[in-house]
Design a protein around this ligand. Structure first.
Ligand code: ZN
Length: 241
């Protein structure tokens, strides 16, 4: 089975549309979204509608969580907060209700899907977990494979039962050792922060035991123009280049 895992679309419709085009070629058996479909970008409503149209389930991201808990907005830095206020204005009540009731975790073909950090954190970044903590983290849930988003980076963490190792996913394919457990950080569709401005997502091949990274170019200039026209913070646009 091929499972496509995408995360952090962040209202970037141009990036998401190109990813959907790429998925038409890949033809995965299932697609799942790891949250933060909204926030930062100019098209949160259209992105969520498109997820719904393609029947792509999603877990709750910290941006959706914040829409549900506006009193906790101080948790965000000032520009993220302004982005979220703008996002709230752009969402219909129906879509806002939908995204704020997404589940914290999903179980897909024996894997655990969560936005921030296993077993179920929406807000914790994987890079905040200190190495000594990782064995305990792996023992907190049973799934051999866990997919996370949130950092907008592409990374792997591996537990062989004795030792934790980790690294960046720089190439195209990550081979999974059958006896080991992994946390895979899948990168971002709509707000990459890994030094490569293309949209990213991964495809997990359950038989071949591989995770393949897809890097998809899209019309950045168009998204940038919309971000600035709507009065979102300039950094949301500058980060895309
Ligand atoms: Zn995010």
């Amino acid at each position: 089975m091929k499972i496509a895992i995408l995360s952090d679309i962040h209202g970037n419709l141009e990036a998401f549309r190109e990813v959907l085009r790429d998925l038409e070629i890949v033809q995965p058996d299932r697609v799942v979204c790891l949250g933060d479909a909204v926030g930062y970008g100019p098209d949160p409503e259209a992105v969520v509608r498109l997820l719904q149209a393609h029947r792509i389930p999603s877990v709750l991201g910290n941006h959706e969580w914040a829409l549900a808990h506006p009193l906790h907005l101080e948790w965000f830095n000032p520009s993220a907060r302004l982005s979220l206020e703008k996002t709230a204005e752009l969402l219909s009540p129906e879509v806002r209700r939908t995204v704020t009731t997404w589940p914290t975790t999903l179980h897909v073909e024996g894997s655990l899907c969560v936005h921030g950090c296993p077993p179920n954190s929406v807000t914790r970044y994987l890079f905040e977990v200190v190495p000594e903590e990782l064995p305990g983290l792996f023992s907190a849930y049973p799934e051999p494979l866990c997919f996370v988003g949130h950092t907008h980076q592409l990374r792997w963490v591996r537990w062989d039962g004795h030792q934790v190792t980790s690294g960046w996913i720089r190439g195209e394919v990550l081979e999974l050792h059958p006896a080991d457990r992994y946390i895979i950080n899948v990168g971002a569709v709509g707000q990459p922060r890994d030094g490569d401005n293309r949209a990213k997502y991964v495809v997990w091949d359950t038989e071949a035991r591989t995770v393949r990274v897809h890097r998809v170019p899209y019309d950045i200039a168009k998204t940038v123009e919309k971000i600035l026209a709507l009065g979102f913070p300039r950094i949301n646009a500058d980060r895309l280049w």
